[in-house]
Design a protein around this ligand. Structure first.
Ligand code: PMP
Ligand code: GLU
Length: 402
């Protein structure tokens, strides 16, 4: 046997996606016949609405089976611009400023390759979505984690932003509403961050993939609406996965200055070419079609949010704030750390998640994966029955801890 040829050095600092890994583990256990309830993955449990599926069927039958323009068809890019103009009044984008990719994760990956140079610093408030720092590392740049506190609702303060900025700062990645906390920034909070950013020169990348999943009448605003004078430095990342329950279709996009759009299309022309032609037409049906099915899903998430947050808070040793959006509860489990369970001491949130998987057969992602030890992310993209059953199992398992 010859010696193993090593894989690329650049992978040595990169972790695989923890959210994908926990979801995969839950899936495997289920396949083994173990009745695991998965509160792990950030994926709506609803099927894609019927009119969108019809749009895809029509696309196939009408022969939309070939390569498309790299950045997406004009039809889809126009639909994206129109939908954005409705959502972000007063702000308009042209189709040439849109690049459609194979999911918003791919959009962010294109941006990492297209914007960051070796040694650049990219500011990422914690708790952060797992892929942000790893994509930055893959691009050879340095993720700079900006801590937030539970007291501030996990929102980065202007002071913390100011303190993290250096001459090497190339971008800030902001996610509102946030994965994993569900926290969303108000217009005033965004304005205060924009004021700090305005004193410097770096990209503001805003991930608004959960922007249409907000509750209790939260007034969701994009930073570009609040600080339109910074539009030429703002890049919006969005997609159909969450709002339209279309995770498997893999369609996401950026709204960006045209030269950034061109740079990212250059990358995409050498990697995936275009996103799936059929999925693009399904996305057109989603963006142009009736809104009622999405509103029904949003209302279902809102009802589940109350059940999960109240249920988690009712468990001794777990506490949890009320998130403004997305479909995650971010539960503080610090009081469980140090307890004995399953024949060992639970030393970290990773141990707590492991214990709850074994004992309660409930899969959740440990906060450590999001740069926030001591917490668990509980996705409530699950039926009310499953949430109630999960809460009762978690409650019983926690009560057994000594
Ligand atoms: N951003 C955030 C914050 C997410 O939670 C996700 C979910 N995977 C994505 C981007 C990417 O979504 P997708 O690739 O499915 O469009
Ligand atoms: N964004 C979702 C999550 O955080 C899907 C998995 C992933 O792409 O990371 O669970």
């Amino acid at each position: 046997m010859s010696e193993k040829i090593p894989v690329a050095q650049r992978l040595s600092a990169v972790k695989p996606s923890a959210t994908v890994a926990v979801a995969q583990r839950a899936r495997e256990l289920k396949e083994q016949g173990i009745d695991v309830l998965s509160f792990s993955v950030g994926e709506p449990d609803f099927d894609t609405p019927a009119h969108i599926r019809e749009g895809a069927k029509k696309a196939i039958d009408s022969g939309a089976t070939r390569y498309t323009a790299v950045g997406g068809t004009v039809e889809l890019r126009e639909a994206i611009c129109d939908a954005s103009a409705k959502r972000r009044p007063g702000i308009t984008y042209k189709p040439s400023e849109v690049v459609v990719s194979v999911g918003a994760k791919h959009t962010l990956f294109n941006l990492a390759l297209g914007l960051y140079d070796e040694g650049d610093e990219i500011l990422i408030p914690a708790p952060y979505w797992v892929s942000y720092p790893e994509q930055v590392r893959l691009a050879g740049a340095n993720p700079i984690i900006v801590e937030t506190t539970e007291e501030s609702g996990f929102r980065m303060t202007p002071e913390a932003l100011r303190a993290a900025i250096t001459p090497k700062t190339k971008a800030l990645i902001l996610c509102s509403p946030s994965n994993p906390t569900g926290a969303a920034y108000t217009a005033e909070q965004l304005r205060a961050l924009a004021d700090v950013a305005a004193e410097h020169s770096f990209w503001i990348i805003v991930d608004e993939i959960y922007g249409q999943l907000v509750y209790s009448g939260f007034d969701q605003k994009s930073i570009v609406e609040v600080a339109p004078e910074l539009k030429d430095r703002i890049i919006i990342v969005d997609g159909v996965s969450k709002t339209f329950a279309m995770t498997g279709w893999r369609i996401g996009w950026m709204l960006a200055p045209e030269y950034v759009s061109k740079a990212c299309q250059k990358i995409q022309s050498q990697s995936t070419t275009n996103p799936s032609s059929v999925a693009q037409l399904a996305a057109v049906a989603a963006l142009r079609g009736p809104w009622e099915p999405m509103e029904e899903m949003r209302q279902a998430f809102e009802a589940r949010r109350s059940i999960i947050v109240e249920g988690l808070n009712a468990i001794d040793g777990i506490s949890c704030g009320m998130p403004e959006g997305a479909f995650y509860a971010f539960a503080n489990v610090k009081a469980l750390i140090g307890k004995q369970g399953g024949g060992k001491t639970l030393e970290t949130d990773v141990d707590v998640a492991g214990y709850l998987l074994e004992e309660a057969r409930c899969a959740m992602v440990p906060g450590t994966a999001f740069g926030a030890p001591g917490f668990l992310r509980v996705s409530y993209a699950a039926s009310n029955e499953m949430i109630r059953e999960g809460l009762s199992r978690i409650g019983e398992a926690v009560a057994k801890l000594a």
